[in-house]
Design a protein around this ligand. Structure first.
Ligand code: KG4
Ligand code: ZN
Length: 361
């Protein structure tokens, strides 16, 4: 055992080869991952144990910073990441009562996202890697969103149908294993969260509109106005949301021309119904056709009240298990990166110091 450990220490310090991982698996060693997320407007750092337990998780949201622009300004986002990332890392380590000696690997969101934002996290982690010898695990942000569920649902294991509903993506995956995802459905244009944000803006709801529109919709009549569910006819599971946004804008313009009042709550509820049904229809169609008995949903828009309600109802009715994280784990955070990073680490999916960020998958 002593010999193995000595070998392990040397291999480990030297670099990024797969033998490190094999030794972890052989020794059944606990894996502590320091994870960094900076793909959009949240800087986040977490320490995660064996992909399933959060030891610490800190997030710096930039919402206030971007509010006055009505959306995320990429350069401002990158600059803020640079400002806070190091001290957030110190804080995450402190809260986990650990230092770099206790960490086994560094996970970082590598793609997709705002390129300037991603580069901050990737380069920061490279610096830590040079200083400590720790291996780097690049993580796909969409896979990380799905992995957020492992942190709260201890019994959850692939295979299952995975759904990411966020500000940048609306994707349906067959999650075949922890690391093998097969994309089967995608938005052809805007993401669902983005559509909520855009519609919120045209009806005068402040940024970030998605959540506020959702809350407003709770007070409205969803049958008040009729917005058609956009159709994508040449694919089973692809979706489109931009036509719905245009319908809302056209409707508002026509009401204005006719000098007719609209009830914001009703408009919010009617739009939300169409957007949510669009996604739920595709997800249920995929689950039924491909015979999945578990559906795992995540991403910022998975916080949507109606989406959660409708999916729950559909899944109950069809005897399908539904997994959605609590609200704090739906939006961007580093714990989910630490969770996915753990499974990538076990697969030996490590990067060297030439790792670059990618704005798309
Ligand atoms: O996952 P996330 O934090 O960042 C991305 O990876 O995009 O998602 C943010 C998105 C925003 O578009 C936001 O408006 C949307 O999630 N969102 C919601 C709700 N809460 C957040 N959309 C609909 N209903 C909500 N309750
Ligand atoms: Zn996200």
């Amino acid at each position: 055992m002593v010999l193995v450990l000595t070998f392990f220490d040397n291999t480990y310090k030297r670099g990024y080869n797969f033998d490190v991982v094999k030794i972890f698996i052989f020794l059944e060693k606990i894996v502590l991952i320091l994870a960094v997320e900076s793909s959009c407007d949240e800087t986040a750092v977490a320490v995660v144990k064996d992909g399933r337990k959060i030891l610490s998780s800190v997030v710096n949201s930039q919402v206030k910073l971007h509010e006055k622009f009505g959306g995320v300004v990429p350069e401002i986002a990158s600059r803020k990441h640079v400002e806070v990332i190091a001290s957030l890392t110190e804080l995450a380590l402190k809260e986990a009562k650990i230092n770099f000696n206790g960490i086994d690997a560094l996970a970082v969101t590598q793609k997709p996202g705002l390129i300037g934002s991603l580069l901050v996290g990737v380069n920061f982690v490279k610096g830590i890697s040079i200083a400590t010898g720790l291996p780097i695990v690049p993580v796909n942000h969409l896979k990380a969103h799905v992995a957020a569920n492992y942190l709260e649902h201890k019994e959850l294991e692939p295979p299952f149908l995975g759904v990411v509903a966020s500000g940048g993506h609306t994707s349906i995956f067959e999650v075949l294993s922890y690391t093998n995802f097969k994309l089967i459905g995608n938005t052809r244009d805007d993401a669902i969260g983005e559509t909520f944000d855009k519609v919120a803006r045209v009806i005068g709801i402040p940024y970030p509109g998605g959540k506020n529109l959702d809350n407003l919709a709770e007070k409205g009549d969803e049958k008040a106005y009729n917005f058609p569910i956009p159709k994508v006819t040449d694919s089973n599971y692809d979706m489109s949301f931009s036509g719905l946004k245009t319908s809302v804008i056209n409707f508002l313009n026509s009401m204005e021309k006719q000098k007719k009042e609209i009830i914001k709550e009703d408009l919010a509820a009617s739009f939300r119904k169409a957007a949510v049904e669009n996604l739920v229809n595709k997800v249920m169609k995929a689950a039924i056709f491909l015979k999945y008995k578990s559906i795992v949903v995540s991403g910022g828009a998975a916080a949507n009240i109606l989406l959660r309600k409708k999916l729950k109802k559909e899944c109950n009715y069809r005897n399908i298990k539904l997994f959605i994280p609590s609200l704090g784990l739906c939006s961007d955070n580093a714990s989910m990166v630490g969770s996915q990073g753990y499974y990538e680490f076990l697969k030996g999916n490590l990067a060297d110091l030439s790792l670059n960020a990618l704005f798309r998958v």
